[in-house]
Design a protein around this ligand. Structure first.
Ligand code: CP
Length: 297
């Protein structure tokens, strides 16, 4: 049984196949095509951290494929009475769940898989700062839609230390002939391995000539202290002036949720170059493709 925990072991072929399949679930007007392919499958969404995009898009994706969806409400579950996550998934697996979409603040899925008594497929909906593979795939799909995936100069700017999105995206884009530059406040980029990826601390330099600007959220909930927002905005906010230094047809991405007025300005969020809402829309089709792949094994 295969699970989707990270993109580390994905090949270029697997990524392109998923993008192709996801595109088949979008009609000519850009709407999702429902196909009741899996009417007998039960999908559990088990989110132990808040989510808007990932949770709802998985639910819509699963329902569009004809699946039954069971939404686990962590805060009103027996987790709040002290039941362990392992006992929780063992309990739920007994109820004939085919696939569990799981989000957690720690990397827990591998351990759950190793100890679960009745196997079910796991798909990560984001684990700690480690991995968010379905976001990585929808980001690659969005870039593919607008620019292809080859010969691009890509900038990722923001809170890299706490970003699972950046981990999964770089695991995927490494299969393509595009270059990635990382940028962010040095205090938020302490874990960046500059022997593997290019790092530039000056955003005004880093943004020059880039085709893709991916801004990342400052993850206050994963930080011990606070950052100085005023100096952060001054040095690291993607605003109209800075965006003009990128290539004229550059696109602006952000996985969301956005701290409006911090990582990016409202004006660039709403600009023609922003594909942030395309990322959201592509999330449904990509998650339909992912569910199709992992329910078909
Ligand atoms: N990008 C992302 O994972 O957003 P949500 O937290 O809203 O799911």
């Amino acid at each position: 049984m295969k699970h989707l925990i990270s993109l580390q072991d994905f090949s270029q072929k697997e990524i392109l196949e998923l993008i192709e399949l996801a595109n088949k679930f979008i009609d000519e007007e850009g709407n999702i095509k429902s196909e009741s392919i899996f009417p007998d499958k039960r999908i559990l969404t088990l989110f132990c951290e808040p989510s808007t995009r990932t949770k709802i898009s998985f639910e819509i994706a699963a329902k569009s494929l004809g699946c039954h969806v069971i939404n686990f409400d962590a805060s009103n579950s027996s987790l709040s009475k002290g039941e362990t996550l392992q006992d929780t998934v063992d309990t739920l697996a007994q109820m004939d769940i085919d696939l569990c979409v799981l989000r957690h603040s720690d990397a827990v899925i591998e351990d759950l898989i190793n100890h679960i008594r009745k196997p079910m497929t796991f798909v990560s909906a984001g684990e700690g700062a480690f991995s968010h593979p379905t976001q990585g795939l929808l980001d690659l799909m969005t870039i593919h839609q607008h620019k292809g995936l080859e010969n691009l100069n890509i900038l990722i700017v923001g809170d890299l230390d706490h970003s699972r999105v950046y981990q999964s995206f770089t695991d995927g884009i490494k299969h393509f002939n595009s270059s990635v530059t990382l940028c962010g406040h040095p205090d938020l980029c302490t874990k960046v391995d500059s022997s593997k990826l290019k790092y530039e601390s000056d955003l005004d330099k880093a943004i020059e000539g880039k085709d893709i600007i991916m801004a990342l959220r400052i993850q206050h909930e994963r930080m011990d202290g606070q950052i100085d927002q005023i100096s952060y905005i001054e040095d690291y906010q993607v605003n109209e002036q800075r965006l003009q230094k990128a290539n004229p047809n550059a696109i602006l991405m952000h996985p969301g949720p956005v701290n409006q007025g911090i990582e990016i300005t409202e004006a660039v969020y709403k600009s023609k170059q922003s594909v942030i809402l395309d990322q959201v829309a592509n999330g449904v089709a990509m998650r339909m493709a992912i569910l199709t792949k992992y329910l078909s094994q």
